[in-house]
Design a protein around this ligand. Structure first.
Ligand SMILES: [Zn+2]
Length: 78
């Protein structure tokens, strides 16, 4: 059982209700209503905690920020 998205397993487990409830409890990620984990890049949609630029209300991931930064007006001094 290796899937990139654990929700793909729900299709198989629909006929096994008890296993389905256990699978939902232990394997699916918890849905967040607030916090850093809910932040997503406005350009590519990447989610996650690592490398998110929310300063000055930019809302870009680190990769998109690196590409866009010179166009926006940021300069690299070092
Ligand atoms: Zn991005």
């Amino acid at each position: 059982m290796t899937t990139s998205d654990p929700r793909k397993m729900l299709k198989q487990l629909n006929k096994k209700p008890h296993k389905l409830t256990r699978f939902k409890k232990y394997n699916l990620s918890k849905k967040r209503s607030c916090g850093r984990a809910t932040a997503s890049c406005t350009r590519c949609g990447r989610t996650g905690i690592g490398g998110f630029v929310g300063q000055y209300k930019l809302k870009y991931c680190r990769c998109c920020f690196r590409e866009i930064a010179p166009k926006i007006g940021f300069k690299k001094y070092s």
